[in-house]
Write a protein that binds this ligand. Structure first.
Ligand code: ADP
Length: 241
């Protein structure tokens, strides 16, 4: 598939996802990409805030995937796998994945992915694939537990080149949207493969060994009483290595 990218570059936005969502409602074409030098109201999952100062890569891609709604969560994993690969190709650093939506270097958070979508029953009208990556920020510009490429490589990265490389990798992976290959590849690069983890859900926690990811993106955990539990939401903490 040949995607025609339309990259819209802004100096400052509240949130690239919000702008991309608005453009999608106004019938913007697939593969419109909204990039901002910095975001003033970057968002994470739920009510989480996403710190997005200058020096990082903050962008959102408008997609109109022709998949049934239940398949949509796979997009997050596809994007994570493609972004990870592009970053590793460009920098040689070993970027890993943490369930459900993080990219990590060591055990610190390098970036995250946030999908927002509009669906009509079983049909996806559009999806906004938001990607936030810490690239050239120094320690003082990062929240606790975060890391940037520059802090590890010691080198200032070219944001435009990195963005291009990531977009190209996402475009070439996009044909595999339906494939179980995505989840295999995701798990192969998972930082808690397998490790003792704790997942906090709205009303309880699940603790055990993370054993894999299901084809729908759920995390498979073997609990202490040897039962297999699947979780499809929550925040994960790695308890040991
Ligand atoms: P989770 O903490 O479960 O991964 P999210 O994926 O929603 O949640 O990410 C939001 C969280 O990430 C914030 O609550 C904050 O702790 C952290 N965070 C915010 N901005 C950044 C950033 N630029 N880099 C790394 N972590 C960040």
């Amino acid at each position: 598939m040949v995607a025609s990218l339309k990259i819209l570059h802004y100096k400052r936005l509240e949130s690239t996802n919000t702008t991309a969502y608005r453009l999608a409602l106004q019938s913007a074409s697939e593969w419109t990409v909204v990039v901002a030098d910095f975001q003033t109201k970057g968002r994470g999952r739920g009510r989480n805030k996403w710190e997005s100062p200058k020096g990082g890569l903050w962008f959102s891609i408008l997609l109109r995937p022709e998949v049934p709604t239940p398949k949509l969560p796979l997009l997050q994993f596809l994007a994570a796998v493609a972004t990870r690969q592009a970053l590793e190709n460009e920098t040689g650093l070993s970027v890993k994945l943490k369930w459900p939506n993080d990219l990590v270097l060591g055990h610190e958070k390098l970036g995250g992915i946030l999908i927002e979508s509009k669906t009509l029953g079983n049909t996806v009208s559009f999806a906004i694939l938001g990607i936030g990556l810490n690239i050239n920020q120094l320690k003082a510009q990062l929240p606790p537990g975060a890391i940037s490429l520059r802090l590890v490589s010691g080198k200032q990265q070219d944001l435009r080149l990195l963005l291009r490389a990531i977009l190209e990798q996402i475009i070439s992976s996009y044909d595999d949207f339906n494939s179980s290959k995505i989840m295999e590849e995701w798990w192969r690069n998972c930082v808690h493969r397998p490790s003792r983890v704790q997942v906090t859900l709205p009303n309880h926690t699940v603790t055990g060994i993370s054993r894999g990811v299901d084809k729908d993106g759920s995390l498979v955990i073997e609990t202490d009483d040897r039962r297999i539990r699947k979780v499809n939401e929550g925040s994960l903490r790695i308890l040991d290595d």
